[in-house]
Design a protein around this ligand. Structure first.
Ligand SMILES: N[C@@H](CCC(=O)N[C@@H](CS)C(=O)NCC(=O)O)C(=O)O
Length: 226
């Protein structure tokens, strides 16, 4: 989809951090549509969000009656954007193969953040779950990338939702989660295989995402050894 006079404009409401909005930012940027980001005052603006949390996507005049279409839940927002801008195939099985990765990645993110608040034995156990899940997802990414000919894409030969979502997953740990646990950056970096590094490079060098990398910083430079 390329922007023209009938293309709707979008607002993405989120905090000024990578968190749960990075894939949606990438989808909106890669789609070359008109969009802006809002950082609502918090918690003052909490009651004004449909589910009381962020991210929230607003598609101007996008609802059936011509009012704004407002969508909550990061996964639903991503799926809506990925389908709207055709970053997923139309075949139901192929799209499901991409979406299952995003859901697993979110489980790994949740496992990481939930153990931060725990103490002693419970923390150790949850940390173990996180380590195990991290091993599994990096193995899955690597296998898929190899199976796809190590062309830097998880599926097919073009930038897809799965590519952007996997990129945002590694970025979250290496460029954001380190604020909460200084060690997690090197832990995740150690698991980055040559295939995953190629994915990160491929996503960053895609002309559709040039603007995003220029604005939000390069992950490749964080991953490469100094
Ligand atoms: N399941 C939701 C979780 C959203 C969520 O927990 N958002 C956090 C930021 S990452 C938030 O809004 N926190 C502030 C609050 O709940 O008051 C999603 O995936 O969008």
């Amino acid at each position: 989809m390329t922007a023209d006079s009938t293309t709707p404009s979008y607002v993405l409401r989120y905090f000024d951090l990578i968190g749960l909005a990075e894939t949606s930012r990438m989808l909106l940027t890669a789609a070359k549509v008109e969009w802006t980001e809002e950082h609502p005052e918090w918690p003052q603006e909490k009651p004004n969000q449909p589910f009381g949390h962020l991210p929230v996507l607003v598609e101007k005049n996008g609802a059936e009656d011509g009012s704004d279409f407002i969508l909550s839940e990061s996964g639903s927002i991503e799926r809506y954007l990925a389908r709207t801008f055709k970053f997923v195939p139309t075949d139901l099985k192929q799209v499901a193969r991409q979406e299952q990765l995003r859901d697993q990645q979110l489980d790994v993110i949740v496992a990481f953040f939930s153990q931060l608040r725990m103490v002693d034995e419970a923390k150790k156990e949850r940390r173990g779950d996180f380590d195990e899940m991290l091993d599994k997802i990096t193995e899955i990414h690597t296998t898929l990338l190899r199976k796809n000919g190590d062309c830097g894409h998880l599926f097919g030969e073009e930038l897809s939702y799965a590519d952007m979502s996997a990129y945002a997953f590694y970025k979250l740990f290496i460029m954001y989660a380190v604020e909460f646990d200084a060690d997690v950056g090197s832990l995740v970096k150690d698991k980055i295989t040559p295939e995953i590094l190629n994915l990160i490079r491929t996503v960053e060098s895609d002309p559709l995402l040039e603007e995003h990398v220029a604005k939000k910083g390069s992950l490749v430079t964080h991953v490469l050894p100094e």
